[in-house]
Design a protein around this ligand. Structure first.
Ligand code: CP3
Length: 346
């Protein structure tokens, strides 16, 4: 691969790198005043997601302000839910709500698998706009939710303490839940392929609620569907697009995490990077700073970032937070993080 291939893509492919690349989950968002302005203009979050011009603008904001090494499409994991037939609403201060959740077989017919290019054309228009607007050294990452995480919202109807509805189905009526998963997979694979065809150069699967499950259930509802997704996308798009898997809370699944058929495994802060490295010596790892270090200020941010960089050893590592950047993050902390990663010498 030539030196002109962007650092982030080289890192994902496990090639030798000068330093780990850096991007942040949720890098476009409310910690940026420029985002809040566009968000206000849009009125609702869904309206923002449906307007390519604004999505391009807010995707570029963190690249221009902080100089991250990769960019992530501005959209949401619940856009596919809406395209499949869910009535999605975002309630300020509370998060997403689905007004017609999936609870039993009579609900199956309500959820369809339309062509994403027709059901959510604005997503792919945003991708095309971004590929024109982004500098060549900053690759664009596309994303969808993993089936389990999307099912958590579709079944429980929003954020939830115990996600009791989806877990009750998983443990008690697996054949019914499987039918919903099959639909989610059909839609998500096509939504992913369409993003990559439109220009996304890497792809991340978000399994935010993987942490809810015991190991046998995780194998059935996270590992197996994620691998079905990853294999299908790989077959459709060829070998060149790195596939990343983020499972929150994967410390509990460390013994099986290497079975995920992704090029890059993203971990949160509850699993030490060194422990993940020891268990998965061949994988590129992404992560894993607790986003709250950035609230604590410049010094704690630099100190923890340096520990993580050292644990990563400078190779086969993409620097990220262990989950999304939070709304009250001071910009000095982000600047300190960028500086620490850029100056790191393995
Ligand atoms: O990372 C990025 O910068 C790209 C955009 C992106 C958003 N959401 C924008 C967003 C991505 C990749 C997501 C993924 C997402 N969305 C996940 C998986 C990763 C994670 O963070 O766990 C989940 C679970 C969601 C669902 C979701 N969307 C929730 C629970 C919420 C409300 C909570 C919150 O932080 O506000 C959202 C809304 C959302 N998605 C916002 C943004 C910038 C904030 C909405 C606003 O501006 O009012």
């Amino acid at each position: 691969m030539s030196q002109e291939t962007p650092l982030f893509l080289r890192a994902c492919r496990g090639e030798t790198i000068e330093r780990p690349p850096l991007w942040l989950m949720r890098q476009a968002g409310r910690y940026m005043p420029a985002y809040k302005k566009v968000r206000e203009k849009a009125g609702s979050f869904m309206n923002l997601c449906r307007t390519p011009e604004w999505c391009v603008e807010v995707t570029l904001q963190p690249i221009e302000r902080f100089g991250f090494d990769a960019s992530i499409l501005f959209s949401d994991i619940l856009i596919p839910a809406e395209a499949m037939g869910a009535e999605v609403e975002f309630i300020t201060g509370k998060g997403p709500r689905i007004n017609n959740p999936f609870r039993d077989e009579k609900d199956l017919a309500r959820f369809g698998t339309p062509d994403p290019r027709e059901a959510a054309p604005y997503v792919f228009e945003t991708v095309r706009g971004l590929r024109e607007a982004l500098p060549e050294h900053v690759p664009l990452i596309g994303f969808v939710a993993a089936p389990w995480t999307l099912a958590c919202y579709l079944v429980d109807g929003g954020g939830s303490k115990n996600f009791e509805h989806v877990k009750t189905l998983a443990h008690g009526r697996p054949e019914l839940l499987q039918q919903l998963f099959d639909k989610i997979l059909t839609y998500s694979i096509e939504h992913a392929v369409a993003q990559i065809e439109a220009g996304a150069q890497a792809f991340q699967l978000f399994d935010t609620w993987a942490e809810l499950l015991d190991l046998p259930s995780w194998r059935k509802w996270c590992l197996e569907p994620a691998n079905r997704f990853l294999s299908a996308v790989r077959e459709r798009v060829g070998p060149d697009v790195p596939l990343l898997y983020f499972g929150k809370g994967s410390a509990g699944q460390l013994s099986a995490l290497g079975e995920v058929k992704a090029d890059v495994i993203s971990i949160d802060w509850r699993l030490e990077l060194a422990a993940a490295r020891a268990a998965l010596p061949d994988k590129v790892l992404q992560g894993n700073m607790d986003p709250l270090y950035l609230y604590a200020g410049v010094e704690p941010t630099k100190r923890r970032a340096t520990e993580i960089l050292q644990a990563g050893g400078g190779q086969k590592h993409v620097f990220n937070l262990g989950h999304g950047i939070l709304p009250k993050t001071p910009h000095e902390s982000v600047d300190a993080l960028v500086e620490t990663v850029r100056n790191f010498k393995a």
